[in-house]
Design a protein around this ligand. Sequence first.
Ligand SMILES: Cc1cc2nc3c(=O)[nH]c(=O)nc-3n(C[C@H](O)[C@H](O)[C@H](O)COP(=O)(O)OP(=O)(O)OC[C@H]3O[C@@H](n4cnc5c(N)ncnc54)[C@H](O)[C@@H]3O)c2cc1C
Length: 318
Amino acid sequence: MLDERLGDPLLRDMLLLPTCFYGSALEDDIEVSQFAVMWRSLFREGFARPFIGVRQVIRLLTDRCREHGVERRMKCGVTKIEVRAGRAAALVLDDGTEVTAEAVYSSAGAVETMRLRSDAEPAAGTAAVGRLGYAETIATYEPAAFAGFGWTDTIVFFCDDERFAYRSPEELVDPRSGVICIPNNYQYGEGRVLDEGWLRVTALANHDAWCALPEAEYQARKQEWCGRLNRVARAHLPAVADATHDAALTSTDVFTPRTVRKFTGHLNGAIYGSTVKRRDGRTDLANLFLIGTDQGFLGVTGAMLSGISMANLHGLKA
Ligand SMILES: Cc1cc2nc3c(=O)[nH]c(=O)nc-3n(C[C@H](O)[C@H](O)[C@H](O)COP(=O)(O)OP(=O)(O)OC[C@H]3O[C@@H](n4cnc5c(N)ncnc54)[C@H](O)[C@@H]3O)c2cc1C
C-alpha cells in the first residue's frame, strides 16, 4: 500500500521502521489496520511515558482489582485446560488444584493457550508462532554527568543500511537498525526529573540462536552485545568520549528473546506474539477467549483495551 501510494522506497522504509518496531508481528511487513493504529499513535499523538514507567499502570490495575475483590494468584501457572464437551471445563494449576469458571480469558498467546488444552497435539499451531524477538540494553548514568552529554532526543529510530529489514536475523542481533530511547527527555511536568540518566537501545534478535548458547556463553554474549549496541546508539547521538561515558556509567542490563520467553511464556520470545491475530477473541471452545497480543491489540495499552473489549463482547453482553 505504501509503495502504491508513495512510490518512494526511502520514505516507505522511514515510515515502516517505527511502526514495525512498535507493533508488527509480521516479518518485513505490518498489517494495514495495525499500521493505521501505529501511525496515529506515533506520528499524530506522539510518545508518552508515565513518570514511574509501567509501574504506574500496574499500580492502577492492581488497586482496581483489589477494590473489586479480584483474587490474584501469582507464581502458580496453568498447566492444563481440561476440555470436555467443547468447553474449557477446568484449569489445572501448577500445584494440582483445579479452577472452574463460566468463561476463561487467556493472555498466554493463541498457540500457547491451545497447547495447554488436554486434547491438544504437542506441535499445534507451529506455523503461526511469531519469530520476531528483540534484544534490549539499558544503561544508567550518574545524573550530573549525564546532563552534560547533550543527549536531548527522546526517541531515535535508526537504520544504518540502505534498506530496512524487519526480520529475525541470522546472527544473535541485527545492529543495523533499531530504536534508541532516552526516557529522561519526556516532559514529566514542572520539577519532575528522573533520578539517573537512562539510555535504552532495542534491536532485532534471533531467539533460537540465543537459546542454543550454553549458560556461560549466553552471559558473555549478553555482555558483548550490551557494549556493541551501546556504541551503535552513541554513533547516532552527540559524541561523548569513552572515558567520560564509562566514568558516568552506573549500571547496565540486557534482555534477549530468551528473557522474554522466560517471563511471558511467549513461544520464540515473540515480542508481538503470533503472526495470526484473532480479532473476535473466539476459539473453537465456546467459553475460551483470547485477550492481549494475539487477540490483536499490541503494547501495554493494547493489551488492556483487548481485555476490556473481549470481556464486553463475550462476557458482559451475554
Ligand atoms: C522489555 C519490554 C518493553 C516493552 N515496552 C513497551 C512499551 O514501552 N510500551 C508498550 O506499549 N509496550 C511495550 N512492550 C510490549 C508489551 O509489554 C506487550 O505488548 C504487552 O505486555 C502484551 O500483553 P499481553 O497481556 O498480551 O501479554 P503478556 O504481557 O506477555 O502477558 C502474558 C502473561 O501470561 C502469563 N502466562 C503465560 N503462560 C501462562 C500459564 N500457562 N499460566 C499462567 N500464566 C501464564 C505470563 O506469565 C504473562 O504474565 C514491551 C515489552 C517488553 C518485553
